[in-house]
Design a protein around this ligand. Sequence first.
Ligand code: ADP
Ligand code: MG
Length: 472
Amino acid sequence: MSSNCQMVWDRCLHIIKKNVPPQSYQTWFEPIRPMGLENSVLTIAVPNKLYYEWLEENFVQVLRTSIHQVLGEDGRLRYCILGNGSETTPFALSGNGDERASTGMPNFLDIEKIRDPRIIPGIRRDPVNSNLNPRYTLANFIEGDCNRLARNAGIAVAKKPGGTSFNPLFIFGAVGLGKTHLAQAIGNEIAQQYPEKRVLYTSTEEFSNQLIQGIKRNDVNTFVNFYATLDVFILDDIQFLSGKQKIQDIFFFLFNQLHQSGRQIILTSDRAPRDLEGIQDRLISRFKWGLSADLQAPDLETRMAILSVKFEDAGIQVSREVLEYICYNIKENIRDLEGVMVNLLAQNTFMKRQIDLHSAKAAIRNFIQSPQRGITIEAIQRLVAEHFQIPVEHLSQKTRKRNIVVPRQVAIYLCKEMTKHSLKAIGKAFGGRDHTTVLYSHQTVRDMMDTDANFRATMELLEKKIRMSLLG
Ligand code: ADP
Ligand code: MG
């Protein structure tokens, strides 16, 4: 770096300092380092892409003026962003070493590093880093009865962001049902269809943290001004605004700004607007302006479709039987479905275990601690006896008649699989048999299931009946 460029930059800073509030000066100008001077073009280094966007957005005039005053009318400014592995000197921030704290930068500024984008202020405005995960697309968001309205509203919004009556689009539903996926998928679609649009996804937590930092630094405007430049603002899990009055005030202001100028707002929440607690009424009434669409737990068919796509994406073939078994057992939460799948994939890769019914069962057992909460030995005995049309007491008798032995082994197997009772307790409930008998029965049933498809079907039917019995 020539001392000349340092001198030029110092003179610019001198002018800038007189024209911007001290806080902004410290936040946005002190961290900048001059990198070079060539033909009246001063190169300055900033830590990341959004940093120069900020400068562009908020300080382009004062920058231009200072450059012109110091370098003449031909003077230009060029940014370079210092990334990892950059040959240029690493960027050192003055202050306490915590970059975010010392600059007040939001987290989403951690964007991919570009070495020398050659951006000239006022000429090119790059789109904002959207913070979107490309793995979430509309194409891989499987449609079912459970999400039809939300998904189709999302498609409509993606086609015409800000141009439908679905503003805000309020997506709500329980955990693991696809809110984040859908919201991000809409964002990704817009970013792809309209590259010039400024799309930003952020979690409510991150959003709140940034604003809190801004409030502390008495510099909220900088943040609000930035958010107000967005074309599409996706705020995830807004139930976390609950109780945060100041953040809600700022968000209210921002919401109005964006809405009035026809920008698209997409919100997600774990509950419907009317059920939100600790959120100002004026916000709740705005949430209802557009469309509220809920995500329900998917039915069996949709769960199967989702899981088979996920296995396909992972390049693994599994039998319909395994898919059915997993989807039959995991109902409430798509994230758990994925969890089981990941568990199976891990077994498959690391332990070279085949993905079959046994490994699927094991994976499910690992995954849900008490899948069959509420199922009792008595209920199993009753249903098994009913199914085989024998009196329930016979299951506890010491008879070797085949028409009793099989139902008894079946019932023992189901008790071991579906309850948390010990082998001893199960043995006791079947006429005081010991734990080896329980294990033997269990193994016998398992073997029969492996070799006899009809028998397996019977077992599945029984399991289904037992689970259904819990529903009343
Ligand atoms: P939420 O934000 O509601 O807690 P997520 O969006 O994180 O839920 O979804 C949990 C997981 O389920 C994600 O991996 C997501 O890809 C998957 N998922 C949810 N709904 C669908 C769907 N309809 N099609 C495909 N995958 C889905
Ligand atoms: Mg989520």
